[in-house]
Write a protein that binds this ligand. Structure first.
Ligand code: SF4
Length: 504
């Protein structure tokens, strides 16, 4: 950021800096002489730009009202709406810089959020992610609470389960009061049975130094209650390694907590002092110790096999994106387990039944099941789509989190890296999968390469004892096409040869 700012300044370009950093650290030397707009004034960015272009320096940081929910927006994923339900929080964690930028809790009203839900569903959104610094604190400033909001939202979701709700990250203190109500909502067919509850440490003395306002026992209550009341409940958590004052004993308690619950997702970060926070003034744990603890915890976490035993299970999944391999689509089960499935892009934004074929460390692989509904949809779409329905196997019937050291982008990064980490399994999976081979066309160009894959696929099929008669319509069509091309080339060569001979 410093580099960009000085580059713009030396090029004498008008410059506006927006977001959390100017909001939380407005007195930074680098921001001198630059227009800045804070997180709560983002709807005034046009004014700020216009004034800056006129040569004025503008500083818009404080405000009493919340920015409108319906600001113009370009979604990163057109099927997903990230909907902030409030800004700020009621916490005062000693390591947190976010609080400096986001400030005290400011909740949107239930009505305004429900209106927004209706609008985004009309836009074609299929997943709504509620985001907040602390979802559990929602509404305390305006006399409502999270269960009231959640019940109002689920009442709007279509009963055909075409739109799903994902509840955002929450700290333990405020949801403790509403655990049963939250559990009921998490059981709703249109709500993912998934919650991100950052514990940060397994030691009460470290939690107290962090000023987290709960203890490990309360965190356990949250996890145990939700796990008991919500079938298939998945909980993700965060850990900060090497917080000032963390002893070996404190760290051992963290390791044992993670080992006990074997959470499917743990975001592990090393403590990093944020300037201006109380924790930055505390005595640091030596950095080699912090690194070693983070490594140790990471290897403990990576040794878990959270999805073992899912093979063969039939699950409904909601598909929203293309995997980084360009072949698979990414869907999620009701428990928000990441599923990689070889399927056409036309299935983005839909839900389907799949059968889990194998499991990886970070995700599972599945095949789409040809249910009667699915068959109908495929037949309907066959006229418009380039991938016919026969490419499905017909024989088988299956945050915004500022509340940790890192930001919500981390979740996205985690998703991406998990897909990449499973890439070697994925390649292997593709080699064994006729649909995978077909869909690789999205990525692999050139007839020669396609021919190679076809042969490889055929060899695999024969090795697995499948008969050629199992080839689908698409396979036959491609084989026929290739044969026709070869015959045409031969005919042209013969014609050319004939003409050359006759001209002599
Ligand atoms: S860590 Fe989360 S709850 Fe704590 S002060 Fe920061 S934003 Fe608030």
């Amino acid at each position: 950021m410093e580099t960009l700012i000085s580059k713009c300044k030396s090029a004498k370009k008008p410059l506006v800096v927006a977001g959390c950093v100017p909001q939380g650290s407005r007195d930074l030397k680098e921001l001198e002489g630059v227009s800045i707009v804070g997180v709560q004034q983002i709807d005034r960015v046009v004014e700020v730009v216009e004034e800056t272009l006129k040569g004025h320096e503008v500083r818009l940081l404080t405000r009493k009202t919340l920015p409108a929910l319906d600001l113009p927006k370009v979604r990163k994923n057109k099927f997903i709406e990230i909907l902030p339900i409030n800004v700020g929080c009621l916490g005062a964690c000693t390591y947190c810089k976010t609080k400096h930028a986001r400030g005290h809790l400011g909740s949107y009203t239930v009505d305004s959020l429900v209106d927004r839900i209706r609008t985004v569903m009309a836009d074609g959104v299929k997943e709504i992610w509620l985001s907040s610094e602390d979802t559990g604190a929602y509404g305390r400033d305006i006399g409502v609470n999270l269960p009231i909001l959640l019940n109002a939202i689920v009442a709007e979701l279509p009963p055909d389960r075409s739109t799903m709700l994902r509840i955002g990250m929450t700290n333990p203190p405020f949801i403790l009061e509403h655990l049963k109500d939250i559990a009921k909502v998490l059981c709703h067919p249109c709500v993912y049975s998934f919650l991100h509850v950052p514990v940060q440490s397994g030691s009460d003395s470290v939690l107290s130094a962090m000023n987290r306002e709960y203890n490990v026992g309360e965190f356990r209550t949250v996890v145990n209650t939700l796990s008991q009341l919500v079938p298939g409940m998945q909980i993700a958590t965060d850990i900060i390694c090497g917080f000032p004052g963390e002893t070996d004993e404190d760290f051992a308690q963290t390791v044992s907590l993670i080992n006990e619950y074997k959470f499917p997702q743990v975001h592990i970060s090393q403590f990093y002092p944020r300037p201006g926070t109380p924790a930055a003034r505390m005595k640091k744990v030596p950095s080699n110790v912090v690194k070693n603890r983070s490594r140790e915890l990471t290897s403990v976490f990576e040794s878990f096999s959270p999805y073992q035993g899912m093979e063969g299970r039939v699950e409904k999944i909601w598909i929203t994106e293309i995997a980084t391999d360009g072949v698979h689509l990414v869907g999620h089960t009701k428990g928000y387990v990441q599923v990689l499935v070889a399927a056409p892009e036309s299935m983005l934004g839909t839900s389907t039944d799949v059968k889990i074929t194998s499991v990886g460390r970070w995700s599972v692989f599945a095949e789409v099941i040809q249910t009667p509904d699915r068959r109908k949809e495929d037949t309907k779409s066959i006229g418009n789509e380039s991938i016919p329905n026969k490419c499905f196997p017909s024989s088988e019937l299956e945050e915004t989190c500022s509340c940790a050291v890192q930001s919500c982008e981390r979740e996205d990064t985690l998703c991406k890296s998990t897909i990449q980490l499973d890439n070697s399994r994925l390649e292997d999976h593709n080699r064994r999968n006729v649909i995978g081979w077909f869909l690789r066309k999205r990525k692999v160009h050139g007839a020669a390469k396609m021919k190679g894959h076809l042969l490889e696929s055929k060899v695999k099929q024969q090795t697995e004892g499948r008969s050629i008669g199992n080839l689908g319509f698409t396979d036959w069509a491609l084989l026929g096409g290739m044969l026709l091309s070869s015959l045409t080339i031969v005919a042209l060569l013969l014609l050319l040869g004939f003409r050359t001979l006759s001209s002599k």
